[in-house]
Design a protein around this ligand. Sequence first.
Ligand code: SF4
Length: 363
Amino acid sequence: MPPRDIDTSRRPFVLVWELTQACELACKHCRAEAQPRRHPDELTTEEGKELLDEARAFGENQLVVLSGGDPLYRDDALELIEYGVDRGLRMTLTPSGTASLTPERIDAVADAGLRRLALSLDGASPEAHDGFRKEDGSFRQTVDAARAARDAGLPLQINTTVCAETVEQLPRIRDLVEDLDAVLWSVFFLVPVGRGQVLDPIPPERADRVMEWLVEVSDEADFGIKTTEAPQYRRVAMQQQRSGTEKPDRDGVGRRTGITAGDGFAFVSHTGELYPSGFLPEPAGNVRAESLVGLYRDSPLFESLRDPDALQGKCGACEFRNVCGGSRSRAYATTGDPLESDPLCPYVPEGYDGPLPDGTPAD
Ligand code: SF4
């Protein structure tokens, strides 16, 4: 079911469960500040199964992303995939590109009924990707895993982080996404949390140029594109359509309606905290003590994030707030208030004369 057909006040389109923060890698952008060892208070296998039962209560075909850290660090990952598939959940996985991601493991998750495998590529060469991931060999292992997924008939998603260090790589990564036969390119605009605080985001005007380019790629490519933590992609697409620079006979803005933290997206941490997103670490409650469904639907935090009229600053005054609303995670990371303006956006609503985030270009 596409995002626009889901009532996001009732259920998330994407429910992420961070199985563990343990990972062999120590990537520069890591939200989870991944650790070499598992946390002793992680949700257990049985608690995880209860969580998947609750996820099923959202409705049929609920999408669940098993994330990390490296979710395959847990030896019950396969059991949990099978459990979710048996209950009718659409299970997907975001493993780390390491030597342990072998073709045998990929075959095993495919046989278990996994719907999609998501791998990260933040550079189009070993030097660029491995430098970013701080691990020699990660590029080769990721590309090999992508090919193994294709051989196993498993649909592939490529995730890419956009920041000052990676932005020049994007055209070559786009070509690689095509070469690897990925079905979706998920382009994540850096939010300065976790280890990502040491990286530089791109300036707001550059972000708009990148999004304009992504709209063009999306019109031509055989794979889909989604932005993460950059709902202004929809504003950019609408502006291009209005100015006639986007082809009107293609998908247009409709396919670009999307989901944001707490409004179509929810994240369960390795210890059971429910966050609106992994980049907005403000808990609505803990699934060990409270109902996942109840927290998603009725917690004041999630309800406020779904109310465009609760937005503050220029996002609150913006005519695009119903289709965009800005990244609530980036607002939280930079101001401490998830309802404030998104500093990645250069757009200033007409007539708005209130405060602007640092870095907003002057007219
Ligand atoms: S000002 Fe806020 S709501 Fe408006 S386009 Fe920018 S990020 Fe989106």
